[in-house]
Design a binder for this molecule. Sequence first.
Ligand SMILES: *[C@@H]1O[C@H](CO)[C@@H](O)[C@H](O)[C@H]1NC(C)=O
Ligand SMILES: *[C@@H]1O[C@H](CO)[C@@H](O)[C@H](O)[C@H]1NC(C)=O
Length: 290
Amino acid sequence: MASLCTYPILVTTLLMSFLIVAISANFNQDFDITWGDGRAKILNNGELLTLSLDKPSGSGFQSKNEYLFGKIDMQLKLVSGNSAGTVTAYYLSSQGATHDEIDFEFLGNLSGDPYILHTNVFSQGKGNREQQFYLWFDPTADFHTYSILWNPQRIIFSVDGSPIREFKNAELVGVAYPKNQPMRLYSSLWNADDWATRGGLVKTDWSQAPFTASYRNFNANDACVWTSGSSSCTSNNNGNTTATASWLNEELDGTKQERLKWVQDNYMIYNYCTDVKRFPNGFPPECGTF
Ligand SMILES: *[C@@H]1O[C@H](CO)[C@@H](O)[C@H](O)[C@H]1NC(C)=O
Ligand SMILES: *[C@@H]1O[C@H](CO)[C@@H](O)[C@H](O)[C@H]1NC(C)=O
């Protein structure tokens, strides 16, 4: 008898979780297409978004929400075949000259040659913190998950759950950290054949156009939405503002640190923190231990 009584509750709970999943992954609800004159499309009732690029124009979209800290996932399937010259950018950014920004950029290549995953972090308008990677899979054959964990202590870039880069809060050594300016999520597909592939040597082959990148399963359930000066992550108890989510303090555990090292040892192809030619008088302070 007892088990019979619990079924309706179980069914209701299941239905509710499906509903939440459905709502959390709807591009119509979460994003605006911002440019490209019809080249960006939201399909399958909001489950899929595609960007395309041809000679006249690329295309792009942005999140309706602004976030101040968050754990954000998206699955991307990049331009396949000869994608040389194309760049798919996927990033968080605030507005203005002293903006903050957390960047993933995917630099296309000739068929069979590897994409470069380019990353950067801007704080209060200052960037120049590039790290670049090859991937351990073909990012055009299937969807893969690209994630940003951004909390007050650190920014962690991950690919399919493997951390590839950690940018720590280095305010202690005088480096500004993104923590006061809410950021929107942006993505675009555009032509950058003046620099993207082999430093600009390989140009976009327009006979292959249109180029298409696809997006699905956006997840910002663990992100603080910023609306008119207040955060969805803080609860106000009689004037005491407290943040409760555990990801706000998340750091890399031992397993994740080993995984980060594995990626950096095997797939990192550029790190500004080891570029002696560029910094002959010493590396930026955030490159050291502090
Ligand atoms: C493209 O392929 C070449 C040759 O393998 C490689 O040197 C380069 O890093 C690849 N990626 C880009 C974006 O140029
Ligand atoms: C706010 O939090 C502090 C520390 O937890 C507590 O001592 C204080 O009573 C709280 N104030 C109110 C108005 O709830």
